[in-house]
Design a protein. Structure first.
Length: 199
C-alpha cells in the first residue's frame, strides 16, 4: 500500500521541478536574441509603451539628393473626432506638402483608445526596407519619427494599416514637390474609385 505522505511529497516535488523548469525556460527565451522575430530585423524598429517607429532616418540621403533641402515638422492628430460624415476615424489633415529632399519629422498624436498608424508607402527601397516609413501610437499616446523624402515630385500613400481603419477614414497623401496627382478615396480630397452602390 502507498504511503499517502510519500505520494503527496512526490507530487509536490514534481510540481516544484516543473515550475522551476518553466521559469528557467522563460528566462532563457527572454534573453535570447529575437533577430528573426517576424522577419523585421531590417526595419530599424524602435518600440516602447507609446508605440513604434519603423525605418526612421535622419541622415542617409536618397541617391539623388545632394543635401537636406529643409527641415519640416508636422503634427498629425488622429481619432474619431476628425472623422468625416459616414466614416469612423480621421486624421487632422489628409494632405501634407513638403519640398523634395526634405527631412520630415512627424509626430502622431492618437486621441482614441485604440492604436492607430501613419504609414508612408513607395519610398526608395534601397533606403527604406519595403519602401516604407511607419509610426504606430497606442491609445491616447504619441510617437515621433523622422525620414528624408526623395527628390522627385511624387504623391505618396499615407494610411493606417490596422484592420479596416483605412477604409474607415485613415487614408491620406504626402505630396513631395508638385506631387503627381491625387490618389483616389482621400477623405475631403478625392472621390472613391469604386463608390458603394445601394439600390
Amino acid at each position: 500500500m502507498l504511503n499517502p505522505r510519500a505520494s503527496w511529497r512526490t507530487l509536490a516535488l514534481r510540481i516544484f521541478l516543473l515550475s522551476l523548469a518553466a521559469h528557467f525556460a522563460s528566462v532563457a527565451f527572454a534573453q535570447a536574441p529575437h533577430h528573426a522575430h517576424h522577419d523585421h530585423d531590417d526595419h530599424a524598429m524602435q518600440m516602447d509603451a507609446n508605440g513604434m517607429v519603423m525605418n526612421s532616418n535622419t541622415e542617409n540621403l536618397p541617391q539623388d539628393c545632394a543635401s537636406v533641402s529643409d527641415d519640416v515638422s508636422i503634427d498629425v492628430q488622429v481619432g474619431r473626432e476628425f472623422a468625416r460624415t459616414g466614416l469612423t476615424y480621421g486624421f487632422s489633415a489628409h494632405v501634407w506638402r513638403v519640398p523634395p529632399c526634405a527631412r520630415l519629422r512627424v509626430t502622431l498624436r492618437n486621441l482614441d483608445e485604440v492604436r492607430h498608424q501613419w504609414m508612408v508607402h513607395g519610398l526608395p527601397k534601397y533606403l527604406y526596407p519595403q519602401g516604407m516609413f511607419h509610426l504606430e501610437a497606442n491609445g491616447r499616446r504619441e510617437v515621433t519619427g523622422t525620414f528624408i523624402v526623395p527628390s522627385d515630385d511624387g504623391t505618396y500613400l499615407v494610411h493606417c494599416d490596422v484592420s479596416h481603419h483605412m477604409e474607415q477614414g485613415l487614408k491620406a497623401q504626402l505630396l513631395v514637390g508638385r506631387g503627381a496627382g491625387d490618389l483616389p478615396s482621400i477623405p475631403g480630397v478625392s472621390a472613391q474609385r469604386r463608390p458603394d452602390s445601394y439600390e
